[in-house]
Write a protein that binds this ligand. Sequence first.
Ligand SMILES: C[S@@+](CC[C@H](N)C(=O)[O-])C[C@H]1O[C@@H](n2cnc3c(N)ncnc32)[C@H](O)[C@@H]1O
Length: 472
Amino acid sequence: MIRGLGMRIPSGIIKRSTILSTTCRYPGIISIGSIHRLSTKPTDPSHSKPSSSSSSNPFPIDPKHIQRQKQEEKLSTIQKWAKYFESEEFKRGGLTYYYVGAGICVIIAFYYYMRDRYYEDIQIKHVKAKYEQDPKSLLEYEFLMMKRLNNEKLRPKEDKKFKIYQMMRKEFRRKNLLNKDAIFEPTPEELEEWYQKQPRRSIKKAPILDEPIDKKDEVIEPEVKGNDNVSIVPAEDTTEFFEQKAATYDDAIKWEERGVLMGRRRQWLMKQVHGDVLEVACGTGRNIPYLYPELINSITFLDSSSRMVELASKKFQSYFPSFKKVGFTVGKAEDLINLVKENQAIKYDTIIETFGLCAHEDPVQALKNMKELLKPGGRIILLEHGRSTWGFINNHLDFRSERRMKTWGCRWNLDIPELIDDAGLDITYEKRVHLGTTYMLICKKPEDPMNQNEKPFINKLFGKDVSKPIEK
Ligand SMILES: C[S@@+](CC[C@H](N)C(=O)[O-])C[C@H]1O[C@@H](n2cnc3c(N)ncnc32)[C@H](O)[C@@H]1O
């Protein structure tokens, strides 16, 4: 009997293969469509005779198929998609659509990219012509663009501004889509106005347990870039904090440092030193094990915490008992000039600092002092931590900035290159690791020339400066 049609089909006139193929999908039911394929001719009696298994079950159900179906039901959505991509069905039909779709997306992206390049090219020609006529007539954006075109390294703040200008330029192009003659000429005031109009995030501070409850949910208003960021807590004198921390400092940070292979970074720093060396905010002397005494003439250690200096001194004696040109001073980096004047006008070939700027009351003043104390051609080598290259990390640093200050006496969301910029130093080498939060930097005074190995690749290749700096 065919259910749904109320017809009885003699077993002899239905091919067994037909029944099997229909019953596999819908066990026990034959669709109307399948009736067309029924043969009216009586089949070979040997075929009409049901096999021993089908005699008890005229519409046999494949148990493996049922099992497979049940397994498939248990799969997660991702696994189902993965199975679909592996299937013949996808390879035969679906794949073509995906190829076509992907191709269209690539063409659209390429069109937008080329259109942007085309308009940028028009802008570049305009700026170059302006520069040739009168360099002084360049607007700030145009000046930065010329510096970029000249392969000059933008200062950290310039680089930030240039990125914002570029975003403005893209918006300007969207508004003037069909007007190829429209030239983007923004003033710094327009930049400021555009920047203020951008949507901002509100940031909640991480709760501090001993604060009154109503202060915990306080929402800080708009986030500002760099070191104007309101999430950066006010600087403090951390001397007393580190006096208390000194005895346990090494034990507290050694595992964290091993985990992120900080020893290699410290080693990099100590390989850069030469001549007369000053280490600012030396702490317990964690860089001492990486010192190459043969590279240096003398070394002076400074820290505002006397206990830290004591520990650094003991460490130095245990590593280099025969090295005599070593000094230890207790004092603040902000008072460096006065401290040095007391001991005659000493200058240094290399000044180093590791993870100290975050703990200073005035990091810019500290850097300015270091700059003053450099011999001509001297370098400041820094290993510091601060804002990341990743937004989501910065959100975390901002969120927990107050807690970090309380637990570690450190402002971990500072924009280190901006501090260096504010101190009037040039960066000749910059490498960032640990998702951009650890900075390895070499700085120099602006008036000092670059060493051959610090020059851009093209200049090294030709053995001289091939490009004249852009001047406004
Ligand atoms: C996070 S620890 C870093 C110690 C060490 N440089 C290191 O790499 O482990 C910060 C150090 O900066 C010192 N410090 C904080 N403010 C200072 C200041 N204004 N002048 C000099 N040292 C300072 C603290 O006493 C502390 O030893």
